[in-house]
Design a protein around this ligand. Sequence first.
Ligand code: TYM
Length: 344
Amino acid sequence: MTEQAPAPFTGEKRVLSGVQPTGDLHLGNYLGALVKFQRLQHEIPTFIFVADYHAITEWQDPAKLKAQVREIAAAYLATGLDPKVATIFAQSAVPEHAELAWVLNCVARLGWLDRMTQFKDKAGKHKERASVGLYTYPVLQAADILVYKATHVPVGEDQRQHLELTRDIAQKFNHDFDRPGFFPLPEALTQGPGARIMSLRDGTAKMSKSDPSDYARINLTDDPDAIAQKVRKARTDAEPLPETMEGLEGRAEAKNLVTIYAALAGQTEAQVLAEFAGHGFGAFKPKLADLAVSVMGPIGAEMRRLLADPAEIDRILTAGAERARALAQPTMREVKSIVGFWAG
Ligand code: TYM
């Protein structure tokens, strides 16, 4: 939105992402985000946090919030993040996120935030009753990323607009304070068929933690029977599967199940159709159920095992926060000095 050409960032590559502790994690979170975290950790230094500051933009029961944070941490571990390799922590344990967010609130423009579709979706018709935090939420997200000078952000498709805003904010900061390349312009990693998983009840709505119907999603904690039952009950149509993806136009639910199969199997959608073209859902669903149980079943079991020992999860989060702060603090010191703060 500023006109300056992006200046090169010469720092190291770094991966950063987070999940809000606001409900049960589901297949969409897994395929859109978590599955990428565990792959990337072996390639690039990886920082993965639980976004509890973000969670309270909508009211959360204080008695439950801490347990929900542990649950997300357990999901990270159960899906293969290794705390010896990746840094895993809670956002609220690193106050530099909030400190940088204030500075970035003064860089971001109201017009930019007015365009954020997620705020419009979440605030609904009564936006004057939404919290101020819900409105400035994407600026906090920019701070989460930029406080580590992260270059790569694995997320689902729904976060793409927030990443574009992050780039605009980084670029404007660099420009306004005449520090070309101080903040990187981070890249959203949304590749792969799992970037946008839809509800099992309505192929036009995103699979979401807040969907009132539990049959709309497969939760990471669902047991094998529940997973298989949800696949069986997923909405479909009576047509057989076509040979190409174009043949699925206008069949949102059918397309979603093919996408889920591809993402779970690590295949392309074309490969799935090459195998199942001509078959109806009576044949396809049992295969999908078996696949989903084989991938998701062990994750749920591992989460339950980890959650039986919350002290161990807390130990991992504490150690992670220390590592994260060691990186966030120097950035914040630099920012304060750049801005000209008395304490900078
Ligand atoms: P959250 O908690 O809504 O979702 C966590 C991750 O899951 C992805 N996701 C999906 N992917 C595919 N299909 C779906 N149906 C689906 N639903 C959710 C999301 O894209 C996300 O990657 N604002 C973020 C949390 C956040 C963050 C950050 C992420 C806060 N600060 C900094 C990256 C970097 C959120 O609410 O995600």
